[in-house]
Design a protein around this ligand. Structure first.
Ligand SMILES: [Zn+2]
Length: 171
């Protein structure tokens, strides 16, 4: 099975075809004077502007994957102003870790959305945030200010969903 793809041969600039068989995927140059074949890794490096080198190839983990989808837990109730400041730091930290965090306690508690001091609204927000467990790849829990009952609930839900839980401290 061979597909034409829109990637140029790294050696000659000719047309590559993707070939898939029991050995896996290779990219075959269709130019008769070239006829080189490449691994998917070599093609990825070429896409990143790195010339493939048969001798020294960069490791596959150097290729940045898409951000990891995570549910972020940190305190909210209590000293709300301080906890919001802390949550902002946590989101910034998570982003620098190559993650795409959802911090529902920062989002849904903004003015005009939900009131965290009303139990029904608080539950609505927490459950909406935790609904992301259906697509999340992990739970990240920031513990400098302790673990609140809301965070504990989130961790239990994550555990039930089979998500890895990563406890962290910023300070
Ligand atoms: Zn070629």
């Amino acid at each position: 099975m061979a597909d034409e793809i829109e990637i140029e041969c790294p050696s000659c600039g000719g047309e590559l075809r993707r070939e898939i068989d029991t050995e896996g995927t290779t990219y075959q140059c269709w130019d008769h004077t070239c006829m080189e074949s490449f691994s998917p890794e070599e093609i990825l490096w070429t896409e990143k502007g790195i010339q493939p080198d048969r001798e020294i190839l960069p490791p596959i983990h150097d290729i940045k994957p898409r951000p990891r989808l995570v549910i972020l837990e940190s305190p909210f109730a209590g000293n709300v102003a301080m906890n919001v400041e802390y949550a902002r730091l946590c989101v910034a930290h998570s982003l620098t870790m190559g993650e795409a965090p959802i911090a529902s306690h920062l989002l849904y508690t903004q003015a005009g959305i939900l009131d965290d001091t009303i139990p029904e609204q608080r539950k609505l927000g927490i459950d909406a945030g935790l609904a992301w467990k259906a697509v999340a790849e992990g739970s990240v829990v920031y513990t400098d200010l302790g673990i609140t009952s809301g965070m504990k609930y989130g961790m239990e839900q994550a555990e039930e969903a089979g998500l890895p839980i990563d406890q962290r401290k910023l300070f």
